[in-house]
Design a protein around this ligand. Sequence first.
Ligand SMILES: Cc1ncc(COP(=O)(O)O)c(C=O)c1O
Length: 375
Amino acid sequence: MSLFDVYPLFDITPVKAKDVYVYDKNNTEYLDLYGGHAVISIGHSHPEYVKSISEQVSKLGFYSNSIQNPLQVELANTLTEMSTCKDYNLFLCNSGAEANENALKLASFKTGKKKVIAFKNSFHGRTSAAVAATDNQKIIAPINAQQEVEFIELGDIEALKKSLQNADVCAVIVECIQGVGGLDESTTEFYKRLRILCSSYNALLIADEVQSGFGRTGDFFAFQKHGITPDIISIAKGMGNGFPIGGILINNLIEASYGMLGTTFGGNHLACTAVLAVLKTIKDEDLLKNSKELENYFREKISKIDSIKKIKGRGLMLGLEFEFETSELRKKLIFKHKIFTGGSINKNLLRILPPLNIKKKHIDMLYNALKIELS
Ligand SMILES: Cc1ncc(COP(=O)(O)O)c(C=O)c1O
């Protein structure tokens, strides 16, 4: 049987990884400034992570959500403490798309409505409602197109108001900093007005923190910079540092009932252990502070390269915008300089999403490579 050929692959076969480096079968070392799509938060094969998961799997790897699982409770408590998001309950699932799917479903249950507002260039996943709220016609199949979604320009408060006025919207879903879309972010004023409008028209505000959450922007969640309180917060990616897990933080005002949501694998013992190790490491190694400090260093150093039009993003969720398409540059970085970076919908943008524990010397390595290729 062949593999269903949906991924354009770089011809590199990683066999091990450590910290911010990935090694292929010939032991060639690659600097990972992409973290496998913003997934590697605490670094590859972190000792705390490896130890916790190994110990847990030798005791109990999985049991279904029909028994008590104290690890889920510990995770909810630690997440409250570290994110400072009070007044939420936690539901665990397995991926970012599933987190958003559950978030949209809850919004519809709670309000009794079904229309969704999303933003141009958004990416929320590939499942039913999540993909319908994703601004990419190529990945929306006819079966998904039955969802009612309106796409609005990020920052266009008048369009938002107009769309909400019909009172048929169950949710507005937003990435406060867009990931796949290319690192655009609106103003605090926009996000604050968005919050107020959602409340006025009985629509739930869903903050998609799948990519930007867990310290990637230097705040625990990206929306926190704008001082708003979403009704639902979706999480995944950096949460498990590679272990598949997602979840939603659900405001207390939304009441649970048995059977309303559910999953077989979500929140299993191994997944919770992985997240607890991630949270412990973020705290022990002060990785939020590192994200902020390294952003400053990155901007200072990389802005010395003249052909960079703009440095976008926050913390270690960054984008380098050029006047030209970056796919050739990205290939040169990988094959010649052994540095992984990422692309985005904006073809002129190179995405930089490293593990949150990178050091200045790693940014210097990118600088040196870019200097060679661009001067
Ligand atoms: C903001 C955002 N939401 C949702 C998703 C979907 O996550 P997953 O691929 O885990 O389903 C992604 C993935 O890139 C994302 O960036």
